[in-house]
Design a protein around this ligand. Structure first.
Ligand code: MN3
Length: 255
């Protein structure tokens, strides 16, 4: 019977959540403090008064996500890769001064109508700047919750029934990115969740995106995100990353 199946699924989720809650007593992270410096994505990706984009501060130290994401990877990823996207984005905007002062959100929603000369660099580097700013926010030193709760959990249960099923499908979508890209859990305007991937630095807020929606979780699956620690084993990285996903942030974003 359908109802029985649903109930036993609910019980399963409930039991898993309780099991996870048990482990919460071992976490000593001061989340109030950890999130104290946090600002919205819109603010994070606004240019300064001079119209120039800058690298947003990391909300934790390079080594904070060890052993799941190593300090060297974090440092290079943030100071070299992310910085380069910011620099290249500023260089592109300098060539199209009429775009100066627009936020990344605005730029990403008008990729298709950008001038030919700057369309590709803004798509790649504006996307890169937004995606990485988001990524640093959705990660946290030791996940503050091993599973989501509240409205986000309900939406996930109705979509994937169990947390393991969700993680498995997310992983398959991440492994399904050929070359470089991102895997996302996104919400549509009605709050319905889905798992999608995007190539390169594209994301689901771009007007040109095949799958559109608000990112709730986003994981970088470019090799630079994991190669030093996991080499070619993207699958191990995608298993480990759940240890440092901030479900608290995801729940905030889902609303
Ligand atoms: Mn990256």
């Amino acid at each position: 019977m359908k109802t029985t199946t649903k109930n036993s699924r609910r019980d399963f989720i409930k039991k898993s959540a309780l099991a996870a809650a048990g482990s919460l007593t071992f976490l000593s992270v001061d989340w109030q403090k950890a999130f104290a410096g946090q600002i919205s994505m819109e603010e994070l990706t606004q240019p300064g008064n001079d119209g120039v984009f800058t690298l947003p501060a990391l909300p934790y130290s390079y080594g904070a996500l060890e052993p799941y994401i190593d300090a060297q990877t974090m440092e290079i990823h943030y100071t070299k890769h992310h910085q380069k996207y910011v620099d290249n984005l500023n260089a592109a905007i300098a060539k199209a001064p009429e775009l100066k002062g627009k936020s990344i959100g605005e730029l990403l929603s008008m990729i298709d109508s950008l001038p030919d000369g700057v369309r590709a660099p803004i798509r790649n580097n504006g996307g890169g700047h937004w995606n990485h700013s988001f990524f640093w926010q959705i990660l946290a030193p030791k996940s503050d919750m091993m599973m989501p709760s509240g409205k986000l959990k309900e939406a996930m249960v109705s979509q994937w029934q169990t947390f393991d099923n969700f993680k498995d499908q997310f992983k398959q979508a991440g492994l399904g990115v050929f070359g470089s890209g991102w895997v996302w859990m996104i919400a549509d305007q009605g709050g319905k969740l889905s798992i999608v991937n995007t190539p390169n630095q594209d994301n689901t807020m771009m007007d040109i995106a095949k799958d559109k929606g608000k990112p709730i979780i986003g994981i970088d699956v470019w090799e630079h995100a994991y190669y030093l620690k996991y080499q070619n084993k993207r699958t191990d990285y995608l298993d480990a990353v759940w240890n440092v996903i901030s479900w608290k942030k995801a729940m905030e974003l889902y609303g």
